[in-house]
Design a protein around this ligand. Structure first.
Ligand SMILES: Cc1cc2nc3c(=O)[nH]c(=O)nc-3n(C[C@H](O)[C@H](O)[C@H](O)COP(=O)(O)OP(=O)(O)OC[C@H]3O[C@@H](n4cnc5c(N)ncnc54)[C@H](O)[C@@H]3O)c2cc1C
Length: 353
């Protein structure tokens, strides 16, 4: 039995769990995938790593700034670029912006916050109910081959730190949640994104050093398919070959969300970038594609977190609450920790990063 269970090891669930753990509560985090970070994600590809989720941390507000300060100090993050490109009508213009990245992969941000936490990886929460002794019971589905952990968890309080449509798979009125609470969750919508990671011949390095203007990050505000491209290999310490990461926009992702042939979709995105930027971008040595069904929250709720009234302690958190993506997720995780604390023992809380 735990004081608190956080569902989801993304930015919101991790920061919330960390704060409550440091205050002295017993806390478990349940995560369906194999590692921490959620959408702040990195994949091992062809002997290197590529950030296929969040591109970088930029000072969006106090929460991200505090994280950047600590992680730069610990040499986990470094400044990647201080200007980002925008492609319009055949030209790239630059906007000042400080972008911080992790040479070992953006998922090291999650790994850092996760240090010391009891995280149950490879477990998806599939149902939640109330016990006779007024606790929450979480039923877990095994999503990897780690069979050692139990398939049930009991807790006094639950933090649901996952996208709203995934939360609605197990949150309903049968466990005492009000229609208003459920309606608020149902109102939250997300834009999808298709990400392609592509590696090129090392011989292309000379083309890159002759680029004019030089860029690492370019967004496409007016394109019908593309949202962003980044030179991912320039984040690494000793890159062996150029690697680019390309994000589609929501229209493109909506069109291809259910397709089974993701490689063809990835190639189509590279074809589009090669029309605008270097022609050879459509000839990678390898490519991998990832589909994000819930990439960006389109209409977040104007609250710092969403507590359920009139039942056992349960609160939703994440980028569905407040503006600013990673900033919103962190703030919301902190707000959820504070609310849970007010329902349990009201212990002193500190950020403790
Ligand atoms: C391609 C892409 C690029 C982005 N770029 C940026 C950027 O540059 N800047 C920025 O600020 N933001 C960016 N974002 C958005 C940012 O990543 C998110 O806003 C933020 O990470 C959300 O954090 P979260 O904790 O709310 O949710 P998530 O990161 O989604 O974490 C939720 C976690 O819960 C797990 N989970 C879900 N359901 C269950 C279940 N039933 N049981 C157990 N575990 C479960 C998931 O596996 C996941 O690990 C980007 C997102 C994407 C996809």
């Amino acid at each position: 039995m735990f004081d608190v269970v956080a569902i989801g090891a993304g930015m919101a669930g991790l920061i919330c769990a960390r704060q409550l753990r440091l205050a002295g509560y017993s806390v478990a985090v349940v995560e369906k995938s194999r590692g921490p970070g959620g959408r702040v994600a990195t994949r091992r590809v062809h002997g290197t790593r590529a950030d296929h989720g969040a591109r970088y941390l930029e000072p969006q507000g106090d929460a991200v700034q505090a994280l950047i300060d600590v992680l730069v100090d610990r040499q986990i993050l470094k400044l990647w670029t201080d200007s980002v490109g925008e492609f319009r009508q055949g030209e790239i213009s630059f906007i000042p912006s400080s972008c911080y990245v992790a040479p070992a992969g953006m998922n090291t941000v999650g790994k850092y916050i996760a240090e010391g936490l009891d995280i149950w990886y490879g477990r998806r929460v599939k149902a939640i109910s109330r016990t006779d002794s007024q606790m929450w019971r979480l039923s877990l589905e095994v999503t990897d081959d780690n069979l050692e952990l139990p398939q049930e968890l009991i807790a006094k309080a639950v933090v649901v730190a996952i996208p709203a449509p995934q939360a609605l798979m197990f949150l309903d009125s049968e466990i005492g949640l009000s229609p208003d609470f459920i309606d608020k969750l149902r109102s939250v919508e997300y834009d999808p994104c298709i990400t392609v990671m592509a590696g090129y011949s090392a011989a292309r390095n000379s083309d890159l050093s002759n680029l004019n203007p030089q860029w690492k990050s370019v967004s496409f505000p007016d394109d019908s398919d593309l949202a962003w491209i980044g030179l991912d290999s320039s984040k690494r310490i000793d890159p062996q070959q150029p690697v680019f990461v390309v994000h589609s926009n929501a229209n493109f992702a909506d069109r291809y969300l259910e397709t089974t042939d993701l490689d063809t979709v990835g190639q189509e995105l590279l074809d589009r970038t090669s029309e605008h930027l270097m022609p050879w971008l459509n000839q990678p040595e390898w490519l991998q594609v990832h589909r994000w069904r819930y990439a960006f929250c389109r209409n977040p709720l104007p609250v710092s977190c969403l507590p359920a009234e009139g039942t056992l302690p349960l609160v939703c958190a994440g980028d569905l609450c407040g503006d600013g993506q990673i900033e919103a997720a962190l703030r919301s995780g902190l707000a959820a920790a504070s609310w849970v604390n007010s329902q349990l023992q009201d212990l002193p809380l500190s950020l403790g990063l």
